[in-house]
Design a protein around this ligand. Structure first.
Ligand SMILES: Nc1ncnc2c1ncn2[C@@H]1O[C@H](COP(=O)(O)OP(=O)(O)OP(=O)(O)O)[C@@H](O)[C@H]1O
Ligand SMILES: [Mg+2]
Length: 269
């Protein structure tokens, strides 16, 4: 007759079962992740290969070279380079060694420039910036913050395919500055909310329009490495508001009033 497991043995068996299940899940995740990365690399490579063949044929037959083909190749190379940069950022953030090049950085000036750049990518959205008149300078990595803001604004545009206003607001308190990016787009389902900042969120979410699902993970990494926080409030069909904060040392300027700038195709002075 088989001896009944003692409570200690039963606990070990349960721990083993849990650990095996965790490893199996990690393995499934790694496989799904690899298939995403392979798919993301294969797409541009196939296009580059196709257009290179077209160019080769044209050169061989002494035909006029299609400049559009060359541009497509360059675009796809840029897409691959961006992918590699994102993967490298994810790697640094996951390993806890994202390094910041901190220097005095004016978040108002930075936001103005990013908003202007992003406005040039869309005709159907109107980007608005609500920011204090005075500059807000902190000891931050301006390039990394531009990357974070670009990620949030490009998401706001991408996930409001019907167009509409995208509003960026900057507020400051004594100890921190808060930056908000608000859209009136598709919003996020409550059950998806816990996963949006996960790396490769495509593994978890159901949304149809999307990229690799790295932007928000990298954005969170940048904000948190600065000692800040990031969160999202969202309602499906209504829109989303992403907010991040950054700690600030400089005391608040007494004359710092607010102003609104509307940057966009339908902008009025
Ligand atoms: N403003 C938004 N409105 C609605 N859903 C959003 C918004 N921003 C992010 N999401 C959801 O969160 C997911 C993760 O966003 P994230 O920026 O990390 O990835 P992505 O946009 O899919 O790809 P990537 O930024 O790597 O090109 C998106 O796929 C989308 O489902
Ligand atoms: Mg994104």
């Amino acid at each position: 007759m088989r001896k009944r497991a003692s409570p200690a043995e039963a606990e070990i068996a349960e721990q083993l079962r849990k650990r095996t299940e965790e490893l199996a899940e990690a393995n499934r995740r790694r496989e799904r992740l690899m298939s995403i990365v392979i798919h993301e690399i294969k797409g541009p490579l196939t296009i580059i290969n196709g257009y290179a063949q077209i160019l080769q044929r044209a050169i061989t037959h002494g035909e006029v070279i299609d400049i559009g083909a060359l541009n497509t190749i360059r675009d796809q190379v840029k897409r691959l380079a961006r992918l590699m940069e994102n993967l490298s950022d994810v790697n640094m953030i996951e390993g806890g060694h994202l390094e910041l090049e901190k220097a005095p950085c004016d978040i108002v000036k930075l936001a103005r420039s990013v908003v202007q750049d992003q406005q040039s990518t869309t005709q159907v959205h109107r980007l608005k910036l609500h920011a204090p008149k005075a500059s807000i300078v902190g000891d931050w990595d301006c390039d990394r913050l531009a990357q974070a803001l670009n990620n949030l604004i490009s998401n706001a545009i991408k996930y409001s395919p019907q167009g509409g206003d995208v509003e960026v607001s900057i507020h400051r308190t004594n100890k921190e500055v808060a930056v908000e990016v608000l859209d009136h787009g598709i919003g996020i389902a409550p059950e998806d909310m816990p996963y949006v900042f996960e790396p490769f969120s495509r593994l978890y979410l159901k949304a149809e329009v999307r990229g690799m699902g790295l932007g928000l993970f990298i954005t969170r990494g940048i904000v948190e490495t600065h000692g800040g926080r990031i969160w999202v409030e969202s309602k499906p069909g209504v829109g989303s508001k992403f907010t991040f904060t950054l700690p600030i040392e400089e005391p608040i300027h007494p004359s710092a009033g607010n102003s609104s700038i509307v940057i966009g195709p339908r902008a009025t002075p």
